[in-house]
Design a protein around this ligand. Structure first.
Ligand SMILES: *[C@@H]1O[C@H](CO)[C@@H](O)[C@H](O)[C@H]1NC(C)=O
Ligand SMILES: *[C@@H]1O[C@H](CO)[C@@H](O)[C@H](O)[C@H]1NC(C)=O
Ligand SMILES: *[C@@H]1O[C@H](CO)[C@@H](O)[C@H](O)[C@H]1NC(C)=O
Ligand SMILES: *[C@@H]1O[C@H](CO)[C@@H](O)[C@H](O)[C@H]1NC(C)=O
Length: 512
């Protein structure tokens, strides 16, 4: 016995010497509704020195996409690696929307906890049920003001410090996963209009706004901002964007504080840091849409063990569905075998991939060239199922219930940009937008775009005979992914899914 034990200890020591036992932690930073308003993505106006510093220690992905353009669904996909239609979080979690993931989902925090990794969340959680998303350390909107834990960067700094202080007291060598979910740069006009359209006044020290001691607000004039192609170029939209930029400065300085805490606690050299956002920016054609403008995300992956490509960029197509596989790979944790309601007889498998190989060398463009997306609802009243595939130069969208008007969420409805668009449309004035409201509300069932010649996605090629082969091939791949991920919508809108015995589609003869 004693001899065996000693051999075991010796073996462990040898393995540790060659690096296998190296401590590894993860810091995941997710912004809220943030886009490419940072110098990391060549926006030369907005000042984001802390993201820029992180970018110099990261591989910067230029083709990263969310699989769903809505907050809770997206956060559920980040924390499970499963699309919304598979994990059950079809729409927003909070309030009357009431969506939750299936009880049986084996989420990232659950698997990490089982592997004795300490888990923490600071900021916006917005997913449930609680037992599916367990965290050892939790300061979220569930028992705090979301403004405090999500936008007050001094408070966030102190909570991160508290997490690291309690980490030291934990048993030696226990790794951690810390998820910091900022509420910036989300809109604010719907819930706290007194702080401005983006809560850009909250904590700025002016009368009635309170003070966030660590925040030095950065201000921009409407004529300075860069108007994305899908936002109307009007004075109102420009003023809206300049408010958004000010909240970017709070996000950026908050990220700087979090990274400084990580460094000061001595974890910088054994912690992988991932930065991204949940969905598109809250402007028309952005959030709640599966167009590129609603799904493209910033994505920075910084690994102290993979310095080869620090400061470099990758063209690989990656998805927020890749975050869970990447973190499981980092901790060498296998994905368990179990089933979910969508595929009751086939074990769930992750359709994303670990991003770690990309940190070593650029993946072959013929392999990392496809991402999928799936939207069902945002608010409970906003049913508009879309499935999409983006492969190489093409994006194909399937708008299942295309005869319904595209729904508008409350928070976006009251935004100055949308009110201006409504007013101008109603008055017959130029809107400064790249499409009409009528086009936005009523879409074709299939939308196919060639992003090389049409990056703004304005020419639908789905009906073009010259693109029939491309359309067919993308449609087949998209439907295959839907079957693989147990999508209850796989037969819609012209057939019904009969899933007893052998799942198959039965035609409805409804003329679609
Ligand atoms: C920013 O611009 C430079 C110079 O044109 C280019 O090399 C780089 O890839 C761009 N970075 C991103 C993230 O777009
Ligand atoms: C609420 O906050 C406490 C810390 O004060 C934390 O231990 C607990 O997990 C949190 N509960 C939830 C549901 O977030
Ligand atoms: C932000 O948090 C700090 C520390 O808890 C607090 O002193 C400050 O008053 C808060 N600011 C606002 C605007 O709530
Ligand atoms: C839109 O029109 C309404 C009614 O005339 C007006 O109250 C509102 O200020 C306008 N909004 C914008 C953003 O122009």
């Amino acid at each position: 016995m004693a001899v065996g034990h000693n051999v075991f200890v010796l073996l462990l020591a040898v393995i540790c010497c060659i690096g296998e036992c190296k401590k590894r932690n993860v810091l995941l930073i997710i912004a809220d509704d943030a886009g490419f308003e940072t110098s990391v993505y060549n926006n030369t106006v907005v000042r984001t020195p802390h993201l820029a510093a992180l970018g110099r220690r990261s591989l910067v992905f230029q083709n990263a996409f969310t699989s769903v353009s809505s907050c809770s669904p997206s956060r559920s996909t980040i924390l499970t690696g499963l699309p919304q239609h598979q994990n059950g979080m079809y729409g927003l979690h909070q309030g009357v929307h009431h969506f939750n993931s299936f009880d049986g989902v084996q989420s990232l925090p659950l698997l990490l906890g089982q592997a004795n990794i300490r888990t923490g969340i600071i900021g916006k959680k917005h997913v449930g049920p609680g037992p599916v998303y367990p965290f050892d350390f939790a300061y979220t909107e569930e028992n705090n003001s979301v403004l405090q834990v999500g936008r007050n960067i001094t408070r966030i700094k102190l909570l991160v410090r508290k997490f690291f202080q309690t980490q030291r007291k934990e048993e030696e060598g226990r790794p951690f996963f810390l998820y910091v979910a900022f509420h910036d740069t989300h809109r604010c006009g719907h819930s706290q209009p007194q702080y401005g359209a983006f809560c850009e006044k909250f904590g700025n020290g002016q009368s009635g706004m309170g003070r966030i001691p660590d925040w030095k607000p950065e201000y921009y004039t409407p004529d300075q901002v860069k108007v994305p192609h899908f936002v109307p170029d009007t004075p109102v939209a420009r003023a809206d964007l300049s408010a958004q930029y000010t909240t970017v400065s709070r996000l950026d300085q908050g990220i700087g504080l979090v990274l400084a805490e990580l460094r000061e606690a001595g974890y910088e050299d054994d912690t992988m840091v991932i930065y991204s956002s949940d969905n598109g920016i809250p402007f028309p054609n952005g959030r709640t849409n599966l167009y590129g403008s609603g799904t493209a995300e910033p994505m920075l992956v910084s690994s102290p063990e993979h310095r080869e490509r620090w400061g470099g960029t990758s063209q690989a197509y990656v998805s927020l569905l890749d975050i869970t596989p990447t973190i499981l790979d980092w901790f060498s944790i296998p994905y368990p075998s179990y089933c979910l309601p969508g595929t009751p007889t086939t074990p769930v498998s992750l359709t994303g991939r670990s991003l770690l190989p990309a940190l070593v060398s650029e993946p072959s463009p013929s392999v990392w060239h496809t991402v999928y997306a799936s939207q069902s609802l945002h608010e409970v009243t906003m049913y508009y199922p879309i499935r999409s595939i983006h492969q190489g130069a093409y994006r194909l969208l399937h708008n299942l219930h295309y005869r319904m008007p595209f729904p508008i969420d409350q928070d976006f409805y009251v935004s100055p940009t949308f009110q201006d668009l409504l007013n101008n449309t109603l008055a017959g004035r130029p809107t400064g937008w790249f499409k009409t409201l009528q086009q936005y509300y009523y879409r074709d069932r299939w939308e196919l775009f060639d992003l090389r010649s049409d990056p703004e996605e304005t020419v639908n090629l789905a009906g073009d005979p010259a693109h029939a082969t491309v359309l067919e091939s993308l449609r087949d791949r998209l439907v295959k992914w839907q079957w693989d991920t147990g999508d209850p919508w796989v037969c819609g809108p012209d057939a019904v899914l009969e899933d007893k015995l052998e799942p198959h589609c039965r035609p409805l003869y409804n003329g679609l």
